[in-house]
Design a protein around this ligand. Structure first.
Ligand SMILES: Cc1cc2nc3c(=O)[nH]c(=O)nc-3n(C[C@H](O)[C@H](O)[C@H](O)COP(=O)(O)OP(=O)(O)OC[C@H]3O[C@@H](n4cnc5c(N)ncnc54)[C@H](O)[C@@H]3O)c2cc1C
Length: 419
């Protein structure tokens, strides 16, 4: 029986394992960690956002410049197929606010438990605490080398699926160390960069001490990139000790990160009163303040208090704050200059990874026949909203099918070749 080694027991690797096992291939799954799917379980802590219910073309557009590569995976296994698949594991899903799709229990653990049980029943064998360290010898078809608690072990497999994840939250297993191994073999790998990440900015000591940890809601964050494209998102974010993070910031994080890399900083604007237009705000704030403090006036006339009021004051002088026109304009477009992304390890996901030029449509490495790649380790990125997991599942399926078909084709060729 032909065998495939799947390295990485996250959503992408497990999906590849499922497809290969259901097509009659012997499947061994290897992972560096003591148990499977640790990042998937962590994703479930804040309410597992499995996928998204928006129309397919909008969904595909979330993958930006990698849409052309990812869309075919989604065509074969998109949001509806993913929900139906979860159902076969006994997991009901529902469409929540803003069309996000969640399992009814909101957690990842019941799905992962049922999935691993089903994989084991179908013959998939799990080898935990096996850290892949590359291949024996300099060629790509040597045995796979694993560091295990019993020392180094070498494994020969007929095909390999690498599903090693990105480079964030290294303590959950995906540490991006594979980039060195693949780049060392001449595979094109784009450097891993933070995606869906927080940013640093220069808070005043007063603002930091007073507001770090507080949510900024509801706001609209907007950013116009160098090409003149406006990116904007309504929602909330958190003021941190060093800057900002959370929903609206993650949504804009790719263009903000790119701008910081290119020019050292990026300035976004917050609309701190999304429900009120500039004209009305100017009129209301122009009404006589009497003996009221500016804080009371802002609260009464614009509904601005607490951290929002603090943000208005950051780097702004009293004369500007006393002018109703300038104040209203600042409420509608309060600038914040970001100077750095937070480190990759803190990000929700990674950009960069194995470049699509290095892969064929079945996700096999052109320079390493029989070696397939899937999941976050590939060079695509997407915002939060279930798009990350959906592409990992769907890409894992492509790689698993690719490996299966490659093995079947190799077996057929062997049968036809005279001894
Ligand atoms: C806090 C948080 C919340 C998230 N929430 C969501 C969400 O709600 N919705 C969503 O769509 N996405 C979410 N994500 C992102 C999502 O979890 C990931 O995109 C997804 O898990 C990536 O799947 P993967 O299979 O490619 O990689 P991973 O899940 O990272 O799995 C890779 C596996 O490879 C193993 N591995 C790595 N290197 C080696 C090696 N050398 N040898 C052996 N094994 C190795 C790792 O141990 C790991 O088990 C969240 C991420 C985080 C951090």
């Amino acid at each position: 029986m032909q065998s495939v080694a799947i390295i990485g027991a996250g959503p992408a690797g497990l999906m590849a394992a499922e497809v290969a096992a259901s097509n009659g291939v012997k499947v061994d799954v290897y992972d560096a960690m003591p148990s499977a799917g640790r990042k998937f379980l962590m994703a479930g802590k804040g309410g597992l956002n499995l996928t998204h219910a928006e129309p397919a073309p909008r969904f595909a557009a979330r993958y930006g410049t990698r849409r052309a590569e990812v869309e075919p995976w989604l065509g074969a296994f998109g949001a509806d197929a993913l929900r139906a698949w979860a159902h076969t594991l006994g997991i009901e899903t529902f469409v929540g606010t803003s069309q996000r799709v969640f399992p009814r229990e909101m957690k990842a653990a019941p799905l992962l438990r049922a999935w691993i049980r089903r994989l084991r029943e179908s013959g998939v064998f799990f080898h935990m605490r096996h850290r892949w360290q590359g291949w024996q010898g300099s060629g790509g078809n040597g045995a796979l080398r694993f560091a295990t608690p019993l020392g180094e072990q070498c494994v020969q497999a007929d095909a390999v699926v690498l599903a090693l994840g990105g480079g964030s939250w290294a303590r959950l297993g995906s540490d991006g160390a594979w980039t060195t191994q693949l780049a060392g073999r001449g595979i094109q790998v784009a450097p891993l960069r933070p995606a869906n990440c927080g940013f640093d900015c220069a808070w005043s000591e007063h603002f930091r001490a007073r507001y770090a940890g507080q949510p900024l809601k509801s706001v609209v964050a907007s950013y116009t990139d160098n090409a003149g494209q406006l990116h904007h998102q309504q929602g909330e974010c958190i003021v941190t000790e060093t800057g900002v993070e959370g929903g609206v910031i993650y949504a804009l994080s790719a263009p903000l990160r790119d701008a910081i890399e290119a020019q050292g900083s990026a300035t976004l604007h917050f609309d701190l009163a999304p429900g009120r237009d500039l004209q009305r705000l100017t009129r209301d704030l122009s009404e006589s303040r009497g003996k009221r403090t500016l804080s009371n006036h802002l609260q009464n006339k614009a509904g601005i208090t607490g951290v929002k009021a603090g943000l208005l004051r950051e780097g702004y002088n009293q004369a500007e704050l006393d002018d109703p026109r300038q104040l209203a304009a600042r409420i509608k477009a309060c600038p914040l200059t970001l100077t750095a992304t937070r480190p990759l390890d803190e990000a929700i996901s990674s950009a960069g990874g194995v470049m699509f030029d290095a892969l064929n449509a079945q996700l096999m490495l052109r320079d390493a026949p029989g070696v397939f790649c899937a999941g976050e380790m590939l060079d695509w990125e997407a915002p939060t909203g279930g798009y990350l997991l959906t592409a990992c599942f769907a890409g894992g399926r492509v790689a698993g099918l690719g490996a299966t078909n490659w093995l079947h084709a190799a077996a057929a060729l062997k049968l036809r070749t005279p001894l």
